[in-house]
Design a protein around this ligand. Sequence first.
Ligand code: NAD
Ligand code: UDP
Length: 312
Amino acid sequence: MKHLVTGGAGFIGSHLIDKLINRGDTVCCLDNFFTGNIENIKSHIGNPSFEMIDHDVINPLKIDTQKIWHLACPASPKHYQSDPIKTTKTSFLGTLNMLELAKETGSEILIASTSEVYGDPEVHPQTEEYKGSVNPIGIRSCYDEGKRVAESLCFDYFRENGVKIHVARIFNTYGPRMHPEDGRVVSNFICQSITNSPITIYGEGNQTRSFCYVDDLVNGLDKLMYSNHTGPINLGNPNEFTILELAALVKEQTKSFNEIIFKELPKDDPKQRKPCIKLAKEKLNWEPKINLDVGLQKTIDYFKKILESELK
Ligand code: NAD
Ligand code: UDP
């Protein structure tokens, strides 16, 4: 089986590649290294089953492949807002190019969509039928609307061209290989705790998120790709925490006494988020297995290792 993984040098993509290579498949990893890191895929370099292409998905690509996992897109608010027009181009042109490739090669394609398509949701927990509440002109819209148009393109290629699609709506995922400076809450809190810096809570910390460990998520993506389900399908951990609760948990697990400081809440920051995963349970027989305390410990161990080696 020949796979193309776009965004393969990133956090989720690199874990997916590990799984595919360990299974004995052949993988082509495509990345432009905007937020990706060569360290994430270093263990596969030199393996004849692994190939790396430095390519930007906004440009068309011709390559022989059977399954396309389209993950290329900056994912953290800090990074996707740093060049919002490029983010929209990546979501739209990148997905268009990958769907064209799927059409030409007869490949199946899975795209990494997001819970952000629900915006600041009024329906809780979020079900796949919920159409969302996205600000179309706000600072998050390059990402939110970008992913919405990516989903729309997938369904038009499915209806018009019979391309076999799988749309995953991924909820907040964390774990080893997150970029230490991408500004997401789990990596920020852990890095702040380890380096004895104040823990930064945006707003009052009463907003909620539901955190899925990366191994669980990758298992869900794998089950979706090998299913007959087009999606969209929510993949995430339904256990919901306030940001204050997350800060307390990280402090406890890192044994840190750092102060907590409160900063301005970014505009359009969703107040609540929790996936309804009934569909994933029914259609994919999937549900997350790793609790937050267990996943956090693995992530803390990872960041301790990389931050210590950086300090040496
Ligand atoms: P990440 O930033 O670690 O990975 C994204 C990868 O895509 C990086 O390696 C980056 O260099 C690459 N990339 C970005 N723009 C590109 C371009 N134009 N051409 C080629 N490569 C490009 O983020 P991640 O958390 O691993 O996210 C992977 C995918 O999952 C993204 O599509 C993201 O939107 C989606 N997702 C992630 C989460 C999450 O919580 N991690 C939640 C919802 C959706
Ligand atoms: N957040 C925070 N402190 C940080 C980083 C993030 O309080 O140092 C908050 C952020 O405002 C949001 C939540 O944590 O309410 C999740 O943020 P993240 O950027 O991880 O993901 P997203 O907002 O895309 O869910």
